[in-house]
Design a protein around this ligand. Structure first.
Ligand SMILES: [Zn+2]
Length: 88
């Protein structure tokens, strides 16, 4: 199974980050899109695509992005644990 390059979680679905060249899971996409610097990263990507540069590496990940993604991963695991307790 593919592994998210940002939070190391195994995942079936991945996509490319707008901040850098990492292939990330949908949980990390949510974190990335909610980051205050996302708009800037997205605009830079669009600008490069208009210039026909399809190999743009991104503006670089903000210093706290990896930590935020790791926290979100732990919270998702906690939610899964609670959900499995409810099911029984
Ligand atoms: Zn991830």
């Amino acid at each position: 199974m593919p592994v998210c390059e940002r939070c190391s979680e195994e995942t079936l679905m991945t996509t490319k980050s707008y901040f850098n060249a990492e292939t990330i899971c949908m949980g990390c996409v949510k974190v990335e899109r909610g980051h205050p610097d996302f708009q800037k990263a997205h605009e830079a990507e669009v600008e490069q695509v208009i210039k026909k540069n399809f190999n743009f590496e991104g503006v670089g990940a903000p210093f706290n992005l990896k930590e935020l993604s790791a926290t979100a991963r732990l919270e998702r695991a906690e939610i899964d644990k609670i959900a499995s307790r409810i099911k029984t």
